[in-house]
Design a protein around this ligand. Structure first.
Ligand SMILES: [Zn+2]
Length: 568
């Protein structure tokens, strides 16, 4: 075949067996002999590592003949890639199975007991002899020479292994199919340990599992750590559900993961919108009695109840949520990611345009000294110019403090101050008694410049007052103010960055008619622990999808760091 297809086929010996026979490899690709080996992406098909598995060589040879017979149809594949064939990886053993009484010999012909004969106590299993994970346990290979899975005296002790390992290292194949015929099995490289799932296995896809959450004990507890990656899912919903609602399955999943953590599990949670409904804290409703009752279809239906962010705050260390706050709103591109602290120190990553979250760590609000159970940090930072909580300039700003509890018996935000009704209606719609508003409400996603034109008041005395109003449920971290300036005809007449004092401002307190408030503006140089990735002792919570990282190296690096953080 090689001689009949000189332009396409190159045959070579990749090493010798124990008995000195060549182990042959066939490279099939356009200009096979002219081009160096391994210059194109290569795939390896190999067979008969196990001497008695004759049919694997037949399958391999049939595939090789098929490729040559269809070289025209396969031109594109042969132009762009290399196909490699090793039809008999264990020629000594293969030959031995053609001798009387030895049809079911499996291993190579190593005379392990040194008696000069090949008998039951001899031979090394060539695919248990590779150096990777050699002798890690007694599950997938054996220390006993008479065993059919005897792994040999040491890593790559057999010349057949050295030959194959050399080819693998030299060509760096993109993929390999190693044909065997022992049984109806698909074996993965992790087969050195029989109970270890492969990278393909332990993915629990709720949609494929009848939209059932993974059981905390039945599924999750089999693993020391689990990865809960939500991909591009935003709000899990069933057919017929409307905006403002979410499926019971989404809530069940969170509870299953929470139970698993309570039992000592470890979690990496990530995605483009990981736990979005819960982070929105009270804005989405679900039906707790589903499946006995149908999924929540109308948020205000009495059986529907709200989804809150307790799990994010107290288990994942994400106390305050900022929607899309890792994205530069001017360019639409996520900021660079930078690891600071612990296992994440030195991590660097770039994200493709994608939705991002940022969080204030729970310990920034509930200090770890007082609340050690909720100890958390934000070791994966968004590399943005001045975080949303770093002063805009200098190291001081003024701040309102964070949310207060509603006064007992209070009737919600409309009681905070009668003026609130000027700006918003009873259902929080942005139209109040004084018209349509809402221009500056909501999450600012970082520092925003705000300008007021005072020219209509030229020649008059103006008192400028900056007030901030919020209900108790959605206040979040509060409001920061920095860098105030008055400009007159283009020149700065007065300015302050609050570095030394209040810069002429006074803290007035809530206006008359206000509900009780424990917050007020104060000068601070406090820096909040905030970032796109949070860590607690048992969890890593990323406000972005690992799949959005632009390089495989960064994806691998971040998952590795996360696992090292979780598993030590
Ligand atoms: Zn086999």
């Amino acid at each position: 075949m090689a001689n009949a297809n000189k332009d396409l086929v190159k045959i070579q010996s990749i090493g010798r067996t124990l008995k000195g026979q060549d182990i042959l490899a066939v490279k099939v690709t356009t200009l096979a002999r002219a081009l160096p080996d391994g210059v194109k992406p290569a795939t390896l098909f190999s067979a008969t590592q196990h001497a008695r598995e004759w049919i694997s060589t037949e399958v391999e040879m049939r595939l090789l003949k098929y490729v040559l017979a269809n070289r025209t149809a396969l031109k594109d594949l042969l132009d762009r890639t290399e196909l490699w064939f090793v039809p008999v990886a264990n020629p000594d053993g293969y030959d031995f199975t053609f001798t009387e009484g030895n049809r079911l010999w499996r291993k190579n012909l190593r005379d392990v007991n040194g008696d000069g004969k090949i008998t039951i106590g001899d031979g090394v299993d060539p695919n248990r002899n590779f150096p990777t994970n050699f002798h890690c346990d007694e599950e997938g290979s054996s220390s006993i020479p008479s065993s059919d899975t005897y792994r040999g005296a040491g890593p790559a002790s057999e010349p057949e292994t050295v030959a194959m390992d050399g080819l693998l290292r030299r060509i760096r194949f993109k993929g390999q199919v190693n044909y065997h015929s022992y049984g109806p099995l698909l074996l993965y490289p992790q087969g050195w340990q029989i109970a270890t799932k492969t990278a393909d296995d332990p993915i629990y896809d709720m949609d494929k599992m009848g939209r059932k959450a993974p059981h905390a004990l039945g599924v999750l507890s089999h693993y020391k750590a689990v990865v809960w990656e939500t991909g591009d899912d935003i709000i899990p919903r069933s057919t017929g559900q409307v905006p403002g609602t979410t499926s019971k399955g989404g809530v069940d999943t969170e509870l299953a993961v929470r139970d698993y953590l309570n039992e000592g599990g470890k979690l990496l949670h990530a995605g483009k919108y990981p736990s979005y409904a819960a982070n929105a804290n009270g804005q989405y409703y679900f039906q707790p009695d589903q499946p006995a009752q149908r999924e929540c279809a109308t948020p205000t239906d009495p059986p529907c109840i709200q989804v809150f962010n307790d799990f994010q705050q107290y288990w994942l260390g994400a106390y305050v949520f900022f929607d899309d706050a890792g994205t530069d709103q001017a360019t639409g591109r996520p900021y660079e990611l930078k690891g600071v602290g612990g296992r994440f120190d030195g991590f660097a990553g770039t994200l493709a345009p994608s939705h991002t979250n940022s969080y204030v760590a729970t310990s920034a609000i509930l200090p770890a000294r007082q609340f050690p159970r909720f100890a958390s940090s934000a070791p994966v930072k968004w590399a943005r110019p001045g975080g949303p909580f770093d002063p805009h300039t200098g190291s001081w700003d003024v701040y309102t403090g964070s949310s207060c509890a509603p006064p007992s018996g209070g009737a919600g935000w409309r009681t905070i101050h009668p003026f609130t009704q000027r700006y918003q209606g009873p259902a929080c719609e942005p139209t109040g008694t004084s018209g349509a508003w809402n221009a500056a409400s909501g999450n600012s996603a970082g520092w925003q410049q705000w300008k007021i034109d005072l020219t209509p008041y030229a020649g008059k005395q103006v008192e400028l007052s900056i007030s901030y109003v919020s209900d108790w449920g959605t206040q979040g971290a509060g409001v920061f103010l920095d860098d105030f300036a008055v400009t007159l005809d283009g020149a700065t007449a007065e300015q302050s960055s609050f570095e030394a004092d209040l810069g002429g401002w006074t803290v007035a307190g809530p206006p008359a008619g206000s509900s009780v408030s424990i917050n007020n503006w104060f000068r601070t140089d406090q820096v909040f622990e905030e970032g796109g990735g949070l860590a607690t002792k048992d969890t890593v919570y990323l406000g972005f999808g690992v799949e959005s990282l632009t390089s495989q190296a960064a994806r691998t690096d971040l998952v590795k760091r996360s696992m090292r953080h979780l598993l030590g």
